[in-house]
Design a protein around this ligand. Structure first.
Ligand code: PRP
Ligand code: ADE
Length: 182
């Protein structure tokens, strides 16, 4: 894609992010991605940019793995475009059957991430996806879950990256691909 066209798409996507100061706690500037979902053109542009990135960088992907909850909004669309399956990393206590879990910290709290034990298998190559990277706690926990299952994380994809919180450093050596940086 021409650089100008990519720039134009990114500007359009950025115009669909709303800022809410002091949500969910005082001092947090919440970046709301809901307007992207209301605009089919913006949602399609997000999916296309992710698809082009993955196709350009990786020969083979087994699964797209989405993070609870907003990774579930973008992940299945990307998985369909790539022609691969989608796997859920959920907050603890939501998945039936045998599971594996990891605790983590967030920009505004604590949580525990979980996958079904048979969701992925050793040797699989996956793309992790979420709406936003802040401290990196959530994606780090998802990477830890993948390592426990001997799965290779090819890349972590997010729509928004909050640069000041250095989440990408925490995720090293896993590459992070973000569409918008703040
Ligand atoms: O990089 P981090 O500091 O871990 O923060 C990023 C995570 O925080 C938000 O999810 P949240 O836990 O609020 O859950 P939700 O998607 O269920 O609203 C966001 O959707 C990411 O998953
Ligand atoms: N500032 C923020 N806006 C939206 N989601 C978030 N998750 C963690 N920090 C966030």
């Amino acid at each position: 894609m021409a650089a100008e066209e990519e720039d134009c798409r990114l500007k359009m996507i950025k115009s669909r992010i709303r800022d809410f100061p002091d949500f969910p706690k005082k001092g947090i500037l919440f970046r709301d991605i809901c307007p992207i979902l209301k605009d089919p053109g913006a949602l399609s542009a997000v999916t296309s940019l992710f698809e082009e990135h993955v196709r350009g960088q990786f020969q083979h992907v087994d699964f797209v793995v989405g993070l609870d909850a907003r990774g579930f909004l973008f992940g299945p669309l990307l998985a369909q475009r790539l022609g691969v399956g989608f796997v859920l990393v959920r907050k603890k206590g939501k998945l039936p059957g045998a599971t594996v879990s990891v605790a983590y910290d967030l920009e505004y709290g604590k949580a525990e991430a979980e996958i079904q034990e048979d969701a992925v298998s050793p040797g699989h190559k996956v793309i992790l996806i979420d709406d936003l990277l802040a401290t990196g706690g959530t994606l780090y926990a998802a990477c830890a879950l993948m390592h426990q299952r001997q799965v290779e994380v090819l890349s972590c994809l997010v729509v928004v990256e909050l640069k000041d919180l250095n989440g990408a450093d925490r995720l090293k050596p896993h590459p992070v691909y973000s569409l918008l940086q703040y």
